[in-house]
Design a protein around this ligand. Structure first.
Ligand SMILES: [Zn+2]
Ligand SMILES: [Zn+2]
Length: 305
């Protein structure tokens, strides 16, 4: 039996989730509707997508990007925009094969155009071989190369926007990490504008949903798959921040949303005194770099060091 308190605030059916801010309980159908409406509202409110846009979804095949594609797919026609999924195949043995299969079956089912870009094609070798001798830095190296691969993939398919599957937890963790590192410029940095000639504007439509909500959404829509974790995943600070925030969110629901509001407030009130530091371009590949040679070329030893 479902107690009176554990019923959907909208229809009285048994509730499956309890949400904070505003506090409400929802049944499966109303939760699915609510999640879609929140993503749509964020896309509209923050003007993430315009008519005529060709939106590339970075589709790893994991839970966040699967949810992102499922949620964006039905709303793009109403916005006059089109969709293409871009998957980066790093060549991580025992991990990528399965997620790649998941990505392919999802795009087939939804009838979404799908492009696959491989590390071997872009960097001359797969990640496993590029990492030999520096496995401890695996996640950092992979992160740098993946970001470049996605930028390259987006250029190749002629997209005008890049949508990534960052969720509320990822974003709140980043805010707190920047605070803990005392990195104000990073806290203020906003990549949503893009950089003409180098990368298209990046949007994060899923940042209004927590990881728990995303898992619930996928389970309720029967799209949840238990996929292997990336063997190179995780940095030390992020995993500490993740467990700390999870505990705070549990005891004080709404903590992550409030952290995001704090970041947005700081961004709005920051003096735009200093114009963004002019970035130079890499003398080897021509991409943006903070020095003479970009991070990717340094990691790949293209500078001869
Ligand atoms: Zn309901
Ligand atoms: Zn370079």
């Amino acid at each position: 039996m479902t107690s009176a308190e554990n019923r959907c605030s909208l229809c009285g059916e048994p509730a499956v989730v309890r949400l904070a801010e505003p506090e409400r309980r929802l049944c499966a159908a109303h939760f699915i509707e609510d999640a879609g409406a929140r993503v749509f509202a964020a896309v509209k409110h923050e003007c993430m997508i315009s008519s005529g846009d060709r939106v590339a979804v970075g589709l790893s095949g994991g839970k966040d990007s699967t949810a992102l594609l499922l949620l964006l797919h039905p709303i793009l026609p109403a916005l006059g925009a089109s969709l293409i999924a871009v998957t980066i195949d790093e060549g991580i043995a025992g991990y990528r094969e399965e997620t790649l299969k998941a990505a392919e079956s999802l795009t087939d089912e939804l009838g979404v155009e799908h492009a696959i870009v491989t590390f071997t094609d872009l960097f001359g070798d797969d990640l496993d071989r590029l990492l030999v001798g520096r496995e401890p830095q695996g996640c950092t190296v992979c992160g740098v190369l993946r970001r470049r691969a996605l930028v390259e993939g987006v250029k190749r398919v002629g997209a005008t926007k890049l949508a990534t599957g960052h969720n509320l937890d990822d974003e709140a963790q980043s805010v707190l990490m920047n605070v803990l590192r005392g990195d104000l410029p990073r806290l203020l940095q906003d990549t949503s504008a893009g950089y003409p000639g180098h990368f298209v504007p990046r949007i994060k439509p899923l940042a209004v949903l927590s990881e728990k909500e995303i898992v619930t959404y996928l389970l309720l829509r029967s799209y949840f798959r238990d996929l292997p974790e990336c063997p190179y995943a995780g940095t030390a600070l992020r995993s500490e921040v993740r467990s700390m925030l999870a505990g705070l969110e549990h005891r004080h629901p709404g903590t992550m949303l409030r952290l995001m509001r704090f970041r947005d407030g700081v961004r709005r009130s920051a003096c735009p005194a200093e114009p963004a530091k002019a970035l130079s371009t890499c003398r080897i590949c021509g991409e943006l770099a903070s020095g003479e040679v970009c991070q990717v070329c340094r990691l790949l030893g293209r500078d001869g060091k």
